[in-house]
Design a protein around this ligand. Structure first.
Ligand code: A3D
Length: 320
């Protein structure tokens, strides 16, 4: 059986990290694509030269021509610009929307059967635009954000409770980052919901609220420290988990930005919800009952994503 082929559109900080992780996990052969000449070729060669040391077999190719992504099983998109200190994700909209148009055309032509994972910000609007520009089936185009947001939440909770990250689960809904909706009653330590842990005296409501806020601001905290770009290790790990769920038909239940066609009362938008990912892409959107407070937060999050989609339509009316 031939190896899987994974194309990375954008070979910057996340793209390079993705290639390294995909190699180490032997998920398939890798094509690094970028408009910058030499960057994808250089990173590909460097990672290939680590393969004899780390014992993995993968072919790595760097390219500046979309033909190289032909026949890919998975395409992960990070092309565009990241945030600098003081910028919001939404400030990236105009420039990255144009990039999505080019990337969508490249995928449509050369990899129409791929499972496409978008990471470019502002995520929920960019994945929505990418699906429209590429014309691929909606269940085959998803955005990575929820796994990262919940990983940040899980890490901070594990640190607070002094337990293994493996025993902490977290459930987040809604748009990426600032407008994410953490569902504390569905987030647990070894199955014990967070509100019960507050009652048990493991933490206070005030501390929990601080952790939620730090999670929402998790991306900005790293941008502020790095100064020249945004987070890349954890975003890459999160996208690889999604690619693996698809390639191995794992039927994983993961929070992703998925296309909604009426679920949660939302039509033709991408919003972060729990889904099942297997060989069929997004095989099922899981709809849970929200209480009044959660519903209000979710609606605010959806409204902010809707505003970004409107801003995209103002720039590219063909998206309507
Ligand atoms: P960076 O290291 O700048 O890499 C982006 C790459 O895209 C560069 O190598 C560019 O040359 C390339 N590029 C630019 N325009 C094009 C084009 N038209 N076609 C192909 N390649 C192009 O950024 P990064 O890897 O740190 O981040 C990439 C994106 O991910 C940014 O938009 C970030 O905001 C976003 N991001 C999202 C998350 C989420 O959780 C959703 C987290 C972190 C970063």
């Amino acid at each position: 059986m031939a190896r899987n082929k994974i194309a990375l559109i954008g070979s910057g900080m996340i793209g390079g990290t993705l290639a390294h992780l995909i190699g180490l996990k032997e998920l398939g052969d890798i094509v690094l694509f970028d408009i910058a000449e030499g960057t994808p070729q250089g990173k590909g060669l460097d990672i290939a030269q680590s393969s004899p040391v780390d014992d993995f077999d993968a072919k790595l190719v760097g390219a500046n021509d979309y033909a190289a992504i032909g026949g890919s099983d998975v395409v992960i998109v990070t092309a565009g610009v990241p945030r600098k200190p003081g910028m919001s994700r939404d400030d990236l909209l105009g420039i990255n929307l144009k990039v999505m148009e080019q990337v969508g055309a490249g995928i449509k032509k050369y990899a129409p059967n791929a499972f496409v994972i978008c990471i470019t910000n502002p995520l929920d609007a960019m994945v929505w635009a990418l699906q429209k520009f590429s014309g691929l089936p909606k269940n085959m185009v998803v955005g990575m954000a929820g796994i990262l947001d919940s990983a940040r939440f899980r890490y901070f909770l594990a640190d607070e409770f002094k337990v293994s990250v493996e025993d902490v689960t977290a459930f987040v809904l809604g748009g990426h980052g600032d407008s994410m909706v953490p569902l504390t009653r569905y987030s647990t330590v070894a199955g014990i919901p967070l509100p019960d842990l507050v009652k048990m005296g493991w933490t206070s409501q005030e501390k929990l609220d601080q952790i939620v806020q730090r999670t929402r601001d998790g991306g900005a905290e790293i941008v502020g420290l790095l100064k020249t770009g945004s987070a890349f290790y954890a975003p890459a790990s999160s996208a690889v988990q999604m690619a693996e769920a698809f390639l191995k038909d794992k039927k994983r239940v993961l929070p992703v930005a998925a296309h909604l066609s009426g679920q949660y009362g939302v039509k033709d938008m991408y919003v972060g919800v729990p889904v099942i990912i297997g060989a069929g892409g997004v095989e099922r959107v899981i709809e849970i009952d929200l209480n009044k407070a959660e519903e209000k937060q979710f609606e605010a999050s959806v409204a902010s994503v809707a505003g970004l989609c409107e801003a995209c339509i103002a720039i590219a009316p063909n998206l309507k």
